[in-house]
Design a binder for this molecule. Sequence first.
Ligand code: PLP
Length: 359
Amino acid sequence: MTRPLRARVQLHALTQNLARVRQLAPASRVMAVVKADGYGHGLGAVAAALADADAFGVTTIDEALVLRAALANARVVLLEGHFEGDELGVVVEHGFDLVVHQTRQVEELAALTAAPGLRVWLKVDTGMSRLGFAPAEVACHWQRLRDAPAVADDIVFMTHLACADDRDDPMTIGQQMRLTEARGEFPGACSIANSAGIVGWPDTHHEWVRPGIMLYGVSPFPGVTAARLGLAPAMALESRVIEVRSCRAGDSVGYGATFRCPEAMPVGVVAAGYGDGYPRHAPNGTPVLVDGQRVPLAGRVSMDMLTVDLRTRPHTRVGDAVELWGPGLPVAEVASAAGTIAYELLCGVAPRVPREYVR
Ligand SMILES: Cc1ncc(COP(=O)(O)O)c(C=O)c1O
């Protein structure tokens, strides 16, 4: 028997979630954010399922090349631009779009004489203090890019939202105002909204939206389920019970003996551990589905295994199906139990876990 752990990816869920984005932001074009290997789902397959998107956002040249191989004509945007000048050759050859957020990048683009028509997204820092030009610097960089012979005329203004997942936080409105001010009278499209902006802040939609997490069927709002937002989870992390132990009262389970059996009880061993991307910090009580029924994690997560308390499911057998997260158990719930976010769990599914695609 091969090890039973796998990440099953429903490709139609991705397509359906993209349709939901279009329903929520009907006047906007959609850049599907597929960096980090399609948020852990597998970039090539994700790209094919989202082929209808108007552009794709990635971080590395390697990711951009995978996309180009999957979709020959796709518009591919390098979300942090080029890291070194010597990447520009590949960028030009494949016609990738560049986000420009640093003076160095502006200078290197201004020095390019060949390959007119490079498409550029000018990133403005409106409050993240991460990447982007200060609003006061925007006019000068916009003009330099506009004058650069290799750069296409339709420069898009973009910024990234810091607090859009909190509908009561005034930060989002402030960021939007700062982008509008920075842009002034310059022509060009705008792009602000991530998933939380798309769902919760219609005023941020503008010409381009940039959904990530919602495409994978996860709610961008803590406390609001994906189902309520009309999103379908794309990934199920599935495994099986590989051992059932009859423990005695007082027996300890796993490293550090963090779970001690309060009574004689069955303990199930599941083939999934932190070496697969299951969070090691998931505490006792984190839900796990065994044949569709919730049971609590019991004991510390090991590299290749985890253990569950089967007192409510004493008839469990070796081979019973386990869902670590998926349609029956939202990844956001597991993440919250483990003190992290769904993004980290999805992106962290290890390469050794086979991805199985359902078409
Ligand atoms: C620049 C940019 N836009 C959009 C997104 C998508 O964000 P989300 O996954 O919250 O929709 C990201 C993700 O981190 C990003 O870095």
